[in-house]
Design a protein around this ligand. Structure first.
Ligand SMILES: [Zn+2]
Length: 92
């Protein structure tokens, strides 16, 4: 879980998981772009909308624009170097 400026891990062994860390770093960048607090408001509102659409919390979660961007790019460790500002909105 990422809450700027920190990344919280369930287990210390995950600190070497570069894919997971890249995923969470993408969320940190999204939070900075949305001035941190707005990120959580937008994330929560989008979650409610997606929950209405998809009916299941897990499906709603995986279809959030923030998660779609992070999951689709977590394997690209150079992604954040080339990512453009507010790219997350392409995943709406
Ligand atoms: Zn995520």
């Amino acid at each position: 879980m990422a809450i700027w400026p920190f990344i919280f891990l369930k287990d210390k062994s995950l600190k070497n998981d570069t894919i997971l860390l890249n995923h969470e770093k993408i969320h940190l960048r999204q939070q900075i772009e949305l001035i941190w607090f707005a990120f959580f408001i937008v994330y929560f509102i989008e979650f409610l909308i997606k929950l209405i659409i998809y009916k299941k919390p897990k499906l709603a979660y995986f279809n959030l624009s923030f998660e779609r961007e992070a999951y689709q790019n977590e394997h690209n460790l150079n992604y954040l170097r080339h990512r453009k500002f507010w790219t997350v909105f392409k995943y709406l």
